[in-house]
Structure formats: structure tokens, C-alpha cells
Design a protein around this ligand. Structure first.
Ligand SMILES: C[S@@+](CC[C@H](N)C(=O)[O-])C[C@H]1O[C@@H](n2cnc3c(N)ncnc32)[C@H](O)[C@@H]1O
Length: 251
């Protein structure tokens, strides 16, 4: 049987409360932004990696796109299915690990938002391989010249936030650019806490990783939820946005 990672356990427990997070409150404006960037014709196919409760998938489906959401957490997908039902839209939901996801059709665009899988490391995940395998799977899912929009944890901010003491204590790993910290969530049996590991990315390595997996980077902007815009990265902000295109001639 497949071993659950800490993030799957966390998101299964946190799913019913996920939409209470402040960072989820800007979904409509985010979807406006996505549509403006992608410039797709109606009914185009969009792949949402690490779709969570489906807040972007469902809104995109409401606006006439054909959407597939992929997520590791069955709890998050249950919330997503309920949201789609309430909105009266059809979305294809796939329960899968994005590092192992094998696409069965080709898409016109992909989104991977708010650390949707990318950089959310299991205890034993290789910090570089995890992201590369997700990019590889997204690339295989996309038609040539199709766009990918990602928002990922800002590694520059992590470097500025942590001290040498944090490195010595094992809270921040400067090689992996990963932080390890306890995440709390409520369950019917009371509060639970899990040690999770999450990594940030520098813009330079994002360019290298995307280039290595067959993408050309068009833009890297500040991408913190609630503050999306075509603007320079603020060094201390939480997330970076990447707009990339699958290169022509790459399979
Ligand atoms: C912070 S949430 C973001 C959800 C959504 N994209 C949003 O913007 O609200 C991260 C999501 O990634 C999912 N996730 C974590 N690791 C994953 C993996 N390896 N494969 C697929 N999904 C994963 C989690 O279950 C969770 O739903």
C-alpha cells in the first residue's frame, strides 16, 4: 500500500476548514488574472495541479473551461467535489500524487497555485527531484506552446527570515532551502500537530528547473496570494509567481 506523506495527512485533517484561510479569499480576482494571462478559447482544457478544495478549478469551470483537478488529499478532493456540485459544474477530479501523475490527455494550460504540491516535501522526498518530477509530469500533460502558471514559496524570503541558529537547530536547511515546522489543525478528536517540510525556490533555480524540463520562462513576478500583479518580487513576500510556456518540439 502507498505510504501517506505528512502533507496528505495534514490536508485530510485540515480540509473542512481550508476555505477559512485568509489567503483563499481572493479567488475570483485570481481567476480573472489567470484567464487574462492564458487567453484561451472557451472549453479549452486546464489542468490544476494540487487543486485542493477546487477553488480555482470550480470557478474556471463556471466560466466555461474544461478542468481537471489533481490532488493528493482525498479530504481536499471531497470538499472540491461538494463545491463543484453546489456550483452546478462538472470537473474531473483525480486523486494522485503530482510527482507520479500520468496524464491521460493533453491540456491547453496548467496551473499549480499556492504551493499546490510543488515544494511540499514528504519526510523522505529529495528536495530537487520532487519539483522536477512535478514539472516533468505537467510538461507531458501540456500541448506544445501551452502556458503554465505557478505560485511557489519564495526562497529569497526564507533566506532572509532564518538565522544561523535556525540552521543549527535543523529548522532551516540551507542546502534544500527547506523549513521544517509543526502545523496544527483541528480534528473531531481535538487539535493535532504534524511536523511538515516545505521548500522555497529562488527565481534563478526556477528558471533552471523549468528550462531543464522543457519550459521557457516568460515572467517571474511577486505572487503572494491576495497580492498578485505584474510586478517585481518583494524580497520578503511569501510567494513568487512564474509564467512559463512549454517549448515547441518538446514531448
Ligand atoms: C496550500 S494547498 C493549495 C490548494 C489550491 N491550489 C489553492 O490555491 O487553494 C496545497 C495542496 O497541494 C496538495 N498536495 C500536496 N502535496 C501534493 C502532491 N505530492 N501531489 C498532489 N497534491 C499535493 C495538498 O493536498 C493541498 O490540497
Amino acid at each position: 500500500m502507498r505510504k501517506r506523506n505528512e502533507w496528505e495527512e495534514f490536508f485530510d485533517g485540515h480540509a473542512p476548514a481550508y476555505m477559512e484561510n485568509v489567503f483563499t479569499k481572493n479567488t475570483l480576482a485570481e481567476v480573472d488574472f489567470i484567464i487574462e494571462e492564458l487567453k484561451l478559447s472557451p472549453r479549452s482544457r486546464i489542468l490544476d495541479i494540487g487543486c485542493g478544495t477546487g477553488r480555482h478549478s470550480v470557478e474556471l469551470a463556471k466560466r466555461g473551461y474544461s478542468v481537471t483537478g489533481v490532488d493528493l488529499s482525498s479530504g481536499m478532493l471531497a470538499e472540491a467535489k461538494e463545491a463543484a456540485g453546489k456550483a452546478g459544474v462538472e470537473v474531473e477530479w483525480i486523486h494522485a500524487d503530482a510527482t507520479q501523475f500520468k496524464p491521460e490527455r493533453l491540456y491547453d494550460a496548467a496551473i499549480c497555485l499556492c504551493e499546490g504540491a510543488f515544494g511540499l516535501l514528504g519526510k523522505n522526498d529529495d528536495p530537487l527531484e520532487q519539483g522536477l518530477s512535478i514539472l516533468h509530469n505537467i510538461k507531458r500533460a501540456l500541448k506544445p506552446d501551452s502556458k503554465l502558471i505557478m505560485t511557489v514559496l519564495n526562497g529569497l524570503a526564507l533566506i532572509r527570515k532564518y538565522s544561523q541558529e535556525d540552521v543549527e537547530k535543523g529548522v532551516f536547511d540551507p542546502v534544500a532551502l527547506a523549513e521544517t515546522y509543526p502545523m496544527e489543525y483541528d480534528t473531531p478528536e481535538g487539535k493535532k500537530s504534524l511536523m511538515v517540510r516545505e521548500r522555497g525556490f529562488t527565481p534563478t533555480e526556477l528558471k533552471l528547473m523549468l528550462g531543464q524540463t522543457g519550459f521557457e520562462v516568460n515572467h517571474i513576478w511577486g505572487g503572494t496570494a491576495g497580492k498578485w500583479g505584474r510586478r517585481k518580487i518583494d524580497l520578503d513576500e511569501i510567494e513568487i509567481m512564474v509564467i512559463a510556456k512549454k517549448m515547441i518540439g518538446v514531448s
